[in-house]
Design a binder for this molecule. Structure first.
Ligand code: BGC
Length: 745
């Protein structure tokens, strides 16, 4: 449809029909028997008696072709204007082929591969009839107590920007300016804004931060998504400096729409419009509707507020009526861009089991590669890679666990998971291995803290003591023990904030019992967040961070254990040493009294008296089976102007015994600024494959854009002066340093 046709269509709608477009319901509203009568779900939501469900604009979390066809059919038969329904769902990191959780994906620093994974998800969604996915989440997170860190790209703005941009390209296609092509769907970036910074890491809690930090650290990833032409944005649940995001006109209208130029659909998070009342911001439903519409929210997800109140809000208020029309225009345009007017059953025609790409060999290969590149080797005293003839015991609740997909894999099926045991058996001879559970996953009696997910935790039929006893017996007869440990997938994700990030107690007991045998010990950690691994690392010969590695995780781990794949992942988030350090992140400010090594234990420095300032593992950290030596940094000039390009070149030599990938990282420090500058900030990186014995020359180009900062008046510009450039293998190990100056023309 042309714009004029869309406008004419909107013109022909009644106010009620327009409002309906802004309402999002779940599929149960269209179950048989609902027709026009008020049913259970309608009552539960509190929709007014006269609400006609055939005015509704979109449906939440129906993800299977058959149901989508049924609901769309019924809807189109019953609705007057036959504007097709939009089907939206949370397909966050895979539809049926499940990839590692996003926090793991960004540890690959391989954004081509991340984009490929996103296009696999989009294709599987397309084939099943889903039109919009609520991904990517690009909230920066520096506090691992917050459970949704597993869905985030981590702590760094550059990594989050690249993640935003490339996932959107994978989901929507590169040229998604207007129409979304076949095999692609619409993306929805979330949660606008700064949802990842709740006070004390507690879910849904208030966010309080300076506008400066908001702009410099938290907003760039959303902006990158808008630049990548994301079709939808989702508001956040939280307040930002006292105003709930969903009713925040400054945030959504002024920043998102006017400043960033976002012209797409703004959807509230689940029930967030109604929660404006609970926040104590809207005095009742009508005011909530008014505030949300005024903040240019287009879709009310799963409450009756817009449905019940908007008519009253727009009645005899021209400005609000205009806002309503604009919202309808944006929603109908999205339907048009998806081609729904030509084909309301988009992706579902000529569907057959044979033509389906869902869980295809190719998709699983992409998942395997991304799992391999997301896994981070944190410690290795030389025990890895394993020699094939060594006798190994693989012990722990994750030794053969299928539930390793993470909490947001709503369509993932654990039956598809390749477990660690299966992966190892595929690679190495079965008679060299023994497997046993060794421990309960969680402490008995602690599972009620998981709320509605408690029932997903299987009963432990064997007592903890018996499990440990068996594990010790098994371990006594082998050369090497691999402990596969971690948190439950339900301990992270939404509503999964925690105050103690050490391993669950029973697993600590197992760890202690095995450690006491003095065997060589390799520990693998499954988790949705950085855990506190300070004791575990001390007593392990090798430590591997597996995250929740997705469908192919067990195979990826086995390939790494046996050296088929040389690990290359590097952390996208710092691992704290202790709870009290949280939040700990690399790009901190210098302070007036930095804790300098040369001052020894100087009390009046910015430090703890009982803990180091350094994390256990810093951002950007991860080791390989080989060793890389950094040398010979050079700049093509020492001064640059605003229009120049400055080239930094270094050499990286593979001095170890394996071929491998290295992620070469470039950090900058602006020596002086009109606002205090971080001690370093990642500005570029390259992932390069270097054969053993080979030296590669690697060049980075620095341009003025990378030198810009937010100033006190919130203008964004570079400032003349000196910059240090550091290059190395992680945010702490930066052996190469040079200095250059930005000068006037
Ligand atoms: C989450 C969103 C999600 C939505 C729809 C909310 O609880 O915060 O990220 O997209 O539910 O399922």
């Amino acid at each position: 449809m042309e714009k004029s046709e869309i406008l004419a269509l909107i013109d022909s709608l009644s106010v009620e029909e327009k409002i309906g477009q802004l309402v999002q319901l779940t599929g149960d509203f269209f179950a048989d028997g609902t027709e026009t009568t008020v049913t259970g779900p309608i009552k539960k939501l509190g929709l007014h008696q006269g609400y006609n469900i055939y005015h509704t604009g979109s449906i939440l979390n129906i993800t299977n072709a058959e149901e989508i066809i049924k609901i769309q059919d019924k809807y189109l038969k019953n609705s007057t204007h036959k504007i097709p329904l939009l089907f939206m769902a949370d397909i966050i990191y895979g539809f049926r082929t499940i990839f590692p959780i996003p926090l793991a994906q960004t540890c690959s620093w391989n954004f081509d591969l991340i984009e490929e994974a996103a296009s696999v998800s989009a294709k599987e969604c397309y084939e099943e009839g889903v039109h919009v996915t609520f991904a990517p989440m690009v909230d920066i997170v520096r506090d691992p107590r917050w459970g949704r860190v597993m869905e985030s790209p981590g702590e760094d703005p550059l990594i989050a920007e690249l993640y935003a941009q490339r996932v959107i390209q994978g989901i929507q296609g590169k040229d998604s300016e207007q129409k979304i092509p076949a095999d692609k769907i619409a993306g929805c970036v979330k949660h606008f804004a700064a949802y990842g910074a709740p006070v004390a890491g507690r879910e849904y809690n208030a966010v309080d931060m300076s506008e400066h930090t908001l702009r410099e650290v938290y907003l760039p990833s959303y902006l990158a998504a808008v630049k990548a032409k994301v079709k939808l944005v989702m508001t956040a649940f939280n307040t930002l400096n006292g105003i709930p995001s969903t009713g925040n006109e400054w945030l959504n209208k002024k920043i998102l729409r006017e400043e960033f130029g976002f012209a797409g659909v703004l959807i509230s998070d689940y029930a967030a419009v109604e929660e404006l009342i609970t926040h104590g911001y809207a005095n009742g439903a009508k005011e909530a509707a008014h505030l949300a519409l005024k903040a240019t929210v287009d879709i009310d997800m799963k409450t009756s507020v817009f449905a019940n109140e908007l008519a009253g809000v727009v009645q005899s208020d021209e400005q609000m009526m205009t806002l309503l029309n604009e919202a309808v225009y944006r929603i109908v345009s999205l339907k048009n861009e998806l081609g729904l007017f030509e084909d309301p059953y988009r992706g579902l025609k000529n569907k057959s089991a044979e033509s389906s790409s869902i869980l295809s060999v190719k998709h699983k290969e992409t998942a395997l590669r991304l799992s391999e590149e997301s896994i981070v080797l944190l410690k290795n005293d030389g025990i890895l890679p394993l020699e094939k003839d060594k006798k190994v015991a693989i012990i722990g609740p994750y030794h053969d666990e299928t539930s390793t997909l993470g909490m947001w894999a709503i369509k993932g099926d654990v039956k598809d998971t390749i477990t660690l045991k299966e992966g190892i058996n595929k690679i190495s001879e079965a008679d060299h291995h023994q497997f046993c559970r060794g421990s309960h996953l969680l402490e008995k009696g602690s599972t009620q803290s998981l709320g509605k997910y408690e029932e997903q935790i299987p009963n432990e039929p064997i007592s903890q003591d018996e499990l440990i006893e068996e594990a010790v017996k098994v371990a006594e007869n082998v050369d090497i023990v691999i402990l596969a440990l971690g948190e439950s997938i339900y301990q992270s994700g939404e509503g999964g904030s925690r105050t103690d990030l050490t391993l669950p107690k029973p697993q600590q007991e197992l760890f202690e019992s095995i450690r006491a045998l003095n065997k060589s010990l390799i520990t693998i950690i499954y988790s949705g967040r950085p855990l506190i691994l300070t004791d575990v690392e001390k007593q392990s010969n090798a430590l591997i961070q597996a995250w929740f590695p997705g469908t192919m995780g067990g195979e990826a781990l086995a390939r790494i254990l046996y050296g088929v794949t040389n690990p290359s992942g590097k952390l996208s988030m710092s691992f704290p040493r202790s709870m009290g350090q949280i939040p700990v992140y690399y790009s901190e400010l210098n302070t007036g009294r930095p804790n300098l090594a040369e001052n020894g234990f100087y009390r009046f420095a910015s430090r703890y008296i009982d803990e180091s300032n350094q994390p256990l593992y810093p951002f950007g950290y991860g080791i390989s089976y080989t060793t890389f030596r950094y040398k010979n940094i050079s700049l093509n000039k020492k001064q640059m102007t605003h229009h120049d390009e400055l080239i930094v070149t270094v050499e990286v030599e593979n001095v170890g015994n394996y071929d491998g990938d290295e992620i070469v990282q470039l950090y900058l420090k602006d020596r002086f600024g009109s606002t205090a500058r971080p001690i370093k900030i990642l500005k570029d990186f390259k992932k390069v494959f270097i054969k053993k014995g080979e030296t590669k020359s690697i060049s980075f180009t620095i341009v003025e854009e990378q030198l810009k900062i937010y100033r006190n008046d919130m203008s964004y510009a570079s400032e003349l002066g000196q910059f240090d450039v550091f290059i190395g293998s992680n945010s702490e190990d930066l052996p190469l340093k040079e200095t250059f100056e930005l000068v006037g023309e």
